[in-house]
Design a protein around this ligand. Structure first.
Ligand code: SF4
Length: 168
């Protein structure tokens, strides 16, 4: 079954909701997989215009791709190749941050965003953060894309998919 084809995006509704593409069944994760979320696809798409977006694909990282992770360096978060945290040529921080501004410029009438949790790009407050020796320092980091987006649009309602699923 092609899950991607099941998503019928409603272009006539009032609310424009950004969604991490993988939640709609798009195979955009680093390993070629997705995080299909039936609640979003079967319920929310009836009421909202869903705007799928994967920041890592948008910056040209490709699928599949080497996974990235968050590393704190001099009190700043960086999105760096997970297997080679010392290689700063594989630092995607600036590209992911810039992509958030570009996304907002292209989607000026955005009413909210549903993010995939635990992602170094999309996690709101659930992503692992390491120090530059590889030690885990937090499990509540914010992904680079969402961090830049909420900095630019501090009042936009955002939620992680796991919280949506747990609502009554
Ligand atoms: S969590 Fe974000 S960056 Fe990762 S695959 Fe999903 S949309 Fe792309």
């Amino acid at each position: 079954m092609n899950i991607h084809k099941k998503v019928n995006i409603n272009r006539s509704s009032t609310y424009n909701i950004g969604v991490s593409s993988c939640l709609l069944g798009h195979a955009v994760r680093y390993d070629g997989g997705h995080k299909y979320n039936s609640l979003i696809v079967t319920e929310l798409e009836k009421e909202c215009t869903l705007i799928p977006f994967c920041p890592e694909v948008a910056i040209g990282m490709g699928v599949p791709r080497p996974p990235i992770c968050l590393v704190t360096i001099n009190n700043n978060l960086h999105a760096i190749n997970k297997a080679d945290k010392a290689n700063f040529e594989l630092d995607y921080t600036q590209q992911l941050s810039s992509q958030a501004n570009k996304y907002l410029a292209d989607n000026v009438r955005l009413h909210g965003y549903i993010f995939q949790e635990k992602s170094p790009s999309c996690g709101i407050a659930s992503t692992k953060v390491y120090d530059n020796n590889g030690a885990l320092v937090s499990t509540q980091g914010s992904g680079i894309f969402v961090k830049s987006m909420t900095f630019a649009l501090p009042k936009i309602p955002v939620i992680e998919a796991c919280d949506l699923n747990s609502r009554p």
